[in-house]
Design a binder for this molecule. Structure first.
Ligand code: NAD
Length: 253
């Protein structure tokens, strides 16, 4: 079947989101990328011929407008990829409360709102897809990441609930759970840890980050995009409510 579907990818101008946007575009979909309204994001989208939607996912009104803009620009929404996110590290006793609120909004409430607002379009598609980018931290915990881990655990619950509600509507809902992927977010963490621990970046990767992994190599954004491409495809019609680990064997133990 010739591909005539459209996709909206949040956090689509960096890292995993950009790789997914480019891959879906290569698969023949028309793709809009949503990101914070900054010149850098606009430039990345323009450079890759992706339709840019400036929106702040910590605001409810922006979530609604983003769906409306996507429909106006591309004619519909067939694939929604909830990927935007960020990390904050602090012990619970010191965790900033406003940061908790923003993280839960961007990484859990916004996927709910975008699913809600896009639902009629996804349903009309007949081959609708919601793909939620969760994390191994949707299954397991690490200290000092309370908001991130709570949001990602919640996102898996939302995925399963939405899959049951979508049922026979030709709409599937799945979550992808990556281990560590080499993106700007992770490169920053490696540099910080190398500094604070007084070891090399290579040692941080091997001994700290990849210690629980069976395969001692960071994933690339394209690895996640390849899985998203399959989940988005018409061939994956029977996969729904799935929580797909792509984690170097991290959660196998
Ligand atoms: P990244 O920092 O490269 O990209 C995240 C994007 O989200 C950025 O473009 C950022 O501007 C956008 N974003 C953040 N807050 C936003 C807001 N309020 N409104 C709109 N956009 C906003 O990060 P990444 O590593 O590509 O991560 C993408 C997703 O993958 C995240 O949900 C992350 O939790 C998840 N993930 C990443 C890894 C990893 O190792 N990199 C592992 C597991 C899961």
């Amino acid at each position: 079947v010739q591909e005539d579907r459209t996709a909206l990818v949040t956090g689509g101008t960096s890292g995993i989101g950009l790789a997914i946007a480019q891959r879906l575009q290569a698969d023949g979909l028309r793709v809009a990328v949503l990101d914070l309204d900054r010149p850098q994001g606009r430039d990345v989208a323009a450079a890759h011929d992706l339709h840019f939607i400036g929106a702040d996912l910590s605001r409810r009104a922006d979530c609604r407008r983003a769906v409306e803009e996507t429909v106006a620009a591309l004619g519909g929404v067939d694939v929604l990829v909830n990927n935007a996110g960020f990390q904050h590290i602090d012990p619970i006793a010191e965790f900033p409360e406003d940061t908790w609120d923003t993280m839960l909004h961007v990484m859990l409430t916004a996927p709910f709102l975008l699913s809600k607002y896009a639902w009629p379009h996804l349903r009309r598609s007949g081959h609708g897809r919601i793909i939620n980018v969760a994390s191994i931290h949707g299954h397991v915990a690490s200290p000092f990441k309370s908001a991130y881990i709570s949001a990602k655990h919640g996102l898996i619950g939302l995925t399963r609930t939405a899959a049951l509600e979508a049922g026979e509507q030709g709409l599937t809902v799945n979550a992808i759970c990556p281990g560590y992927v080499r993106t700007p977010l992770v490169e920053g963490q490696i540099a910080d840890q190398a500094r604070t621990r007084g070891i090399t970046a290579e040692e941080v990767e091997q001994k700290v980050m990849l210690e629980p992994a069976a395969i001692k190599r960071l994933l690339n954004p394209e690895d996640i995009a390849a899985l998203a491409s399959y989940v988005a495809s018409r061939a994956a019609w029977g996969m729904t409510g799935a929580v797909l680990d792509l984690d170097l064997g991290w959660t196998a133990r």
